[in-house]
Structures are given as structure tokens and as C-alpha cells.
Design a binder for this molecule. Structure first.
Ligand SMILES: [Fe+2]
Length: 292
């Protein structure tokens, strides 16, 4: 076991008892994996080691979590590449930490789903009972907590650590004020000093982009719920989501129209890749079904 993994295991001593047993078992397997097989197709050039470690844990716990994180991460890299080709004067510039934060946040946004039982992950269409629903609503805040507690300060710059925490914490923008109530109820502000807020533009830009990428991937993955062609429906879904974001954020002091233009630009990039992403997801499922 590496020194980092040992330290992580110690930090997690208390937390593990809150996880379903299977998730705790996956954690023990993940921390014992030799480093060279970690990472799969992830962009190791830019992702800090703890991000890859935490992703391996998600992947070992459930293939669906791993596949979802990888697909989001893949689309995030495409979005960043395209944004970097945009005219800088349009105000689309993102700092290096924001760019890495978008890829890392896309990879780990559902980290808090380690608190879901396997059946909650597998049977997405089954209605949840009230306990399961409470767990579901907590996953962004719990994910932010897991990430914060498992990234030692010398392994990742503080600004990047806060950026990724914000991406995980606010990736379900559709939860609205429920997310804020949960942040208060689990006293996250006491655990994380200077907890990033959705009111800080540098963090919320990253969180919104991660959230839009996640929305798109979830729609493309969840084919059974759509009568029409998911890639065609995506435009309307993303437009409605950005419209809501605009109404919500326009109350903030530092809000400027440029920010919303950035989100529409991200939407257009996503739409350009939607068909190839969809085709790839179908091919992946077919390959997987043949193996099982
Ligand atoms: Fe989520």
C-alpha cells in the first residue's frame, strides 16, 4: 500500500461505517491496487493522483458509476478543447485550474453515490422509498465531503481542490435550495473552511459546465425513458436548464450576460458531439452485454 493510500485509509476509518458494505469493500480493493493499473483512459497528465484513486473506487463499486464518470470526463475534455479554440475576446477564457476542475469534477461528480446501495444504482427507474430518496438528495454534499477529506493538501493546489469540491457540490443544480438545506444539516461549512459557494462566479462557472455535461450524458445514457430520439431532445433540455440558471443567477451581484453566453457556447459544443457520443454508448452497452 502506498503512503498516500495508508493515509487515506486512516482518514476513512470513521467514514466507512456509513457506507453500504459493498462500497466499503470496493474501497479496500481500490487502495490496494498497484498504481500502474489505475487510471484506465483518464487523462493522467492533468488529473491529480487522488482524483484517479477516488475514481478507481467508484469504478470498482459499480461499473455504471465508472462508465458514467468516464463518459462525462471524455465529453469534458472535448468541451475544454473547443472552448480553448474560441475567440478569447468573447470572454470564454477559463484558467488552467478551472479547466482541470471541469475534467476532474466531471469524473468525480457522482462520488457521493458511493452511499447508494447497488440496487439504487442499478434500478434507476424504480421509485425510491423515502430513506433512499433522502440518501439520493445528499449525494452532492456527501461527495464534496468525501473528496475534501481524501485530498491531502500537498497532493493538489488549494484553489483546484476548492474548484473540484464546488463542481461536486453543485453538479445537481436542479436540487435548488434543498442542496443548501442539506449543506447546513450536515454542517459542511464546519468541515470545509471557506466552503465554495454558487455565488462565487469562478466556482459556479465550473459547476454549471460540469452540470450541463452531466445532464447531456444522463439523457443519452437513459434511452429507455425517451420515446423520441434522445440526441434530438437534448437541445430543448439544455436550453430549458440554461434558462433556469439565468433566472437564478441574475440575482447575484457579480452576474453578467457573458456568463450565460459561455453556457450557450458549451451547449452548442455538446450538441456537436451528441450523435457520436450516443452511438458510442450504444456500442459499449452491446459489447458489455455480449461479455456478460
Ligand atoms: Fe449526480
Amino acid at each position: 500500500m502506498t503512503a498516500l493510500a495508508t493515509e487515506r485509509a486512516l482518514r476513512f476509518g470513521d467514514f466507512l461505517k456509513f457506507l453500504p458494505t459493498e462500497a466499503a469493500e470496493s474501497f479496500n480493493k481500490a487502495k490496494d491496487l498497484p498504481n500502474q493499473i489505475k487510471g484506465f483512459g483518464l487523462n493522467l497528465r492533468i488529473l491529480p493522483v487522488p482524483v484517479v484513486d477516488l475514481f478507481v473506487w467508484m469504478d470498482l463499486y459499480h461499473l455504471t458509476l465508472g462508465k458514467h464518470g468516464l463518459t462525462n470526463s471524455f465529453l469534458a475534455e472535448l468541451v475544454i478543447d473547443d472552448l480553448n479554440k474560441s475567440e478569447p475576446r468573447l470572454g470564454f477564457n477559463l484558467t488552467p485550474n478551472q479547466q482541470i476542475g471541469i475534467v476532474a469534477g466531471s469524473t468525480l461528480h457522482d462520488l457521493g453515490q458511493l452511499t447508494f446501495t447497488r440496487s439504487m444504482i442499478e434500478e434507476k427507474e424504480k421509485p425510491l422509498d423515502s430513506d433512499e430518496n433522502r440518501i439520493r438528495l445528499k449525494h452532492p454534499a456527501i461527495g464534496a465531503y468525501i473528496f475534501w477529506e481524501n485530498t491531502p493538501t500537498d497532493s493538489i493546489p488549494m484553489d483546484l481542490k476548492k474548484t473540484v469540491t464546488a463542481a461536486i457540490l453543485y453538479h445537481q443544480l436542479d436540487y435548488g435550495s434543498v442542496n443548501d438545506e442539506i449543506i447546513d444539516s450536515i454542517k459542511l461549512r464546519e468541515v470545509i473552511p471557506g466552503l465554495p459557494s454558487i455565488k462565487q462566479v469562478k466556482y459556479r462557472k465550473v459547476a454549471v459546465i460540469v452540470s450541463l455535461i452531466d445532464t447531456a450524458v444522463s439523457v443519452l445514457e437513459n434511452r429507455k425513458n425517451h420515446n423520441g430520439d434522445p440526441p434530438k431532445k437534448l437541445r430543448g433540455i439544455l436550453d430549458r436548464r440554461i434558462g433556469k440558471i439565468k433566472r437564478y443567477f441574475s440575482k447575484f451581484e457579480d452576474f453578467i450576460e457573458e456568463e450565460i453566453k459561455l453556457y450557450y457556447r458549451v451547449k452548442n459544443i455538446i450538441l456537436r458531439y451528441r450523435q457520436s457520443l450516443y452511438t458510442n454508448l450504444i456500442a459499449f452497452d452491446r459489447e458489455f452485454d455480449e461479455k456478460v
